[in-house]
Design a protein around this ligand. Structure first.
Ligand code: NAD
Length: 487
């Protein structure tokens, strides 16, 4: 059994073959390993333990036993541990960035500047809101109390591995919940470093537990487990629906952050020279592998030629390459399955008759190995085309033309998803009016700065519930009314 792997760039992964359960590193019940593949080289870079139902049972038992103690800890004590976790993420930012780049191919500059610092922000936010959050309010003779929901099963994806973990673990711990985390089997390395960091922060045994493994084995066992009270999953619609079905039997609360096909509406008065390049860059951020990536640029027909030129220039200027190189903007796609899917969707766009402005199918010249994909922009995309309807999750942008603002709104809403949306307008009143007509959980007006307090989540098939800030925190709380509290 591999329990220690070492890597280039100084990244040390102890305990890769183990799980973190009840405050210690422990071997799986049934020895089995899962390979972790570096998408830049297609080589196996580590092997992690592959869990089974027995491992989940042990982790849930530990979390259950720890719940009465942790949920009763003074809020200040929970805040203090979150402060330590936050400080340790910042202190260990370089090994965390290296792990992320190794496991999912993010450009190292992106891992350092975005993946790790934004992950730390979720911990800071959870800590900070503990200082003002009112767990009890009294109105008349009735008290409303908010209490930790219990043991939480947290299932995370591979695209923002550490960020998705802290977006769930930090508010859960802040609320007084205990957790069992199952990171994506495709990106489990940063999660192992995170578990060690949580241990080093002094969290009591059993409060945080980590079991690696596949969705159908470990994930499905978590979803159905009778002793888990709540599940939060980020991932595909397929997995989100399966988890909800399995969780329904034991009437768990299920929070889902699922797919997206987010529109970016350019209103006629937008500053196109600025807004189009920014729109392309945000669609291609993280190699397009973000659930809220604005992948449908909806533009006035009269401005189509100008938008096409700006979009193609921006995409063609992107530096795709070795994620370890400091100049690289886009590394490879994170894994082979995703690479194949993106290739198939690019082919679908061509077959459906969309106009290919740049990029296209096939590997990036000069890269025989690695899941490198050409930044691809399609224009003259019809809203009914597959590339306009299905989540691609790669560097593929669709440009759709509209004649009237009503039509722009109709195209924006012509999707089963409703996660993110962007609106570009110099007239803020007009921008706000269009934002209010879009059925999505977050609308970004004129590319504002990221706000970790803004609730994040989906309308329609993009999910249920919210993450981040106060609303994200409240997903981990139950509500109790004590009537007759004041005589
Ligand atoms: P996935 O949904 O299969 O995996 C996400 C997580 O769910 C992983 O931890 C996985 O092990 C787990 N899981 C899978 N099946 C499960 C089951 N039956 N029960 C419990 N847990 C289960 O995602 P994927 O296969 O890695 O990616 C597929 C597609 O999902 C992508 O093409 C993309 O469209 C979408 N995706 C969305 C997000 C997002 O942030 N919304 C993230 C990753 C992928």
């Amino acid at each position: 059994m591999t329990s220690h792997s070492s890597h280039p760039h100084g990244l040390e992964l102890h305990n890769a073959g183990q799980f973190y359960i009840n405050g210690e590193w422990t071997s799986p019940a049934v020895p089995a390993l899962l390979p972790v593949i570096n998408p830049a080289t297609e080589e196996v870079v580590a092997e992690v333990a592959r869990g089974s139902a027995e491992d989940v049972n042990r982790a849930v038992a530990a979390a259950r036993a720890a719940f009465p103690g942790w949920s009763a800890t003074p809020v200040a004590e929970r805040a203090s541990i979150l402060s330590k976790i936050h400080a340790l993420i910042l202190e260990r930012k370089e090994p965390l960035a290296q792990a992320l780049t190794l496991e999912m191919g993010a450009a190292i500059s992106f891992s350092r500047a975005m993946q790790v610092p934004l992950a730390a922000e979720h911990v800071r936010v959870a800590r900070d809101l503990l200082s003002t959050y009112r767990f009890q309010t009294v109105e008349g003779s009735t008290a409303i109390e908010r209490e930790a929901i219990g043991v939480c099963g947290l299932i995370t994806p591979w695209n923002w591995p550490l960020y998705q973990i802290t977006a769930k673990v930090a508010p859960a711990l802040a609320a007084g919940c205990t957790v069992v985390l199952k990171p994506s089997e495709l990106s489990p390395l940063s999660a192992l470093l995170f578990a060690q960091l949580v241990h080093d922060a002094g969290l009591p045994p059993g409060v945080f537990n980590l079991v690696n493994g596949s969705g159908p084995e470990v994930g499905a066992t978590i979803a159905a487990h009778p002793d888990i009270d709540m599940i939060s999953i980020t991932g595909s619609n397929r997995a989100g629906a399966l988890v909800a079905q399995a969780a329904a039997v034991t009437v768990k609360r299920v929070t889902q952050e699922l797919g997206g096909k987010s529109p970016n509406v350019m209103l006629p008065d937008a500053d196109f020279a600025k807004a189009v390049p920014l729109g392309v860059l945000s669609a291609f951020r993280n190699v397009g592998q973000s659930c809220s990536a604005p992948t449908r640029m909806i533009v006035p027909r009269a401005r189509l030629a100008e938008v096409e030129a700006l979009a193609a220039d921006t995409a063609n200027a992107l530096i795709v390459g070795d994620p370890q190189s400091p100049d690289t903007q886009l590394g490879p796609i994170a894994n082979e399955a995703q690479f194949s899917r993106v290739q198939a969707m690019i082919q679908a766009g061509i077959s459906e008759g969309a106009k290919l402005l740049c990029g296209g199918p096939g590997r990036v010249p000069g890269f025989e190995k690695g899941y490198y994909t050409k930044p691809t922009v399609f224009s003259e995309v019809g809203s009914a085309m597959r590339i306009a309807q299905e989540e691609i999750f790669g560097p593929v942008l669709c440009i759709l033309a509209y004649d009237t603002i009503d039509e722009a709104v109709a195209i924006a809403n012509d999707t089963v998803y409703g996660l993110g949306a962007h609106v570009q307008a110099q007239d803020l009143e007009l921008g706000r009016a269009v934002a209010s007509r879009i059925r999505a959980g977050q609308v970004h007006l004129n590319h504002p700065a990221w706000n970790p307090m803004a609730p994040f989540g989906g309308y329609k098939r993009s999910g249920n519930g919210r993450e981040y800030g106060v609303m994200g925190f409240e997903e981990y709380l139950e509500t109790k009314a004590i009537i007759g509290f004041n005589a």
